[in-house]
Design a protein around this ligand. Sequence first.
Ligand code: CA
Ligand code: CA
Length: 233
Amino acid sequence: MVKTDLRKKAQGGCVLMLFLLMSLAPAASAESAIKAPAGMAALPLKLPKPMFVGTPQNIKGVKQLEKPLGKPRPPFFAPKGVKNLAIGKKISGSDEEPIMGELKMITDGDKEAADGSYVELGPFTQQITIDLEATHDIYAMVFWHYHKQARVYFDVVVQISDDPDFKKFTTVYNNDHDNSAEQGVGKDNHYVETSEGRLIDTKGVRGRYVRLYSGGNNASDLNHYIEVEVFGK
Ligand SMILES: [Ca+2]
Ligand SMILES: [Ca+2]
């Protein structure tokens, strides 16, 4: 009995907090409405210009598709001093001669959606690997496949390893629900690409190499990357 009452009180408190946060949100920016915990800071993210607005209508039949948030993503807090370790770092991958662009564009800091800012890799399952040149604690990754139009990329698998051959690795994201990329069955959601990129919480996993798989998208079998950021220290 006592336990139930406490839980109810706690739930009430949460609802009230949520209500307060939501009512604050329109007045203040999301970043200032939510205070960083001690020793933490919001990721220093610089977002590109959005190229489309509103809820995409042209994506049908994609299973386990995450609903758009309908508002800016809340800040992500990581230990103070965390920075993008991927900028300017070397990239290798399964398609070293892309159809459009060059692999080095994936870590050049340009995140715009326009033609000339994205790399087009061959069809079906492809991977890219970034060498951070040293082992780091990695707290978050943000990546943009494409954001000129609303799209869903399939078999998005992200792994972190200390081994260039990835004999051992930690999977930090996997939405390949049928193991077609042969990296194991994932449970993460499909999502619509936007100018905010996809942010994943990598929980301080240590590693030197990050590898990202994809297997085409809802509009074609091809794979695209605009930028990958790896936040750590
Ligand atoms: Ca880029
Ligand atoms: Ca699949």
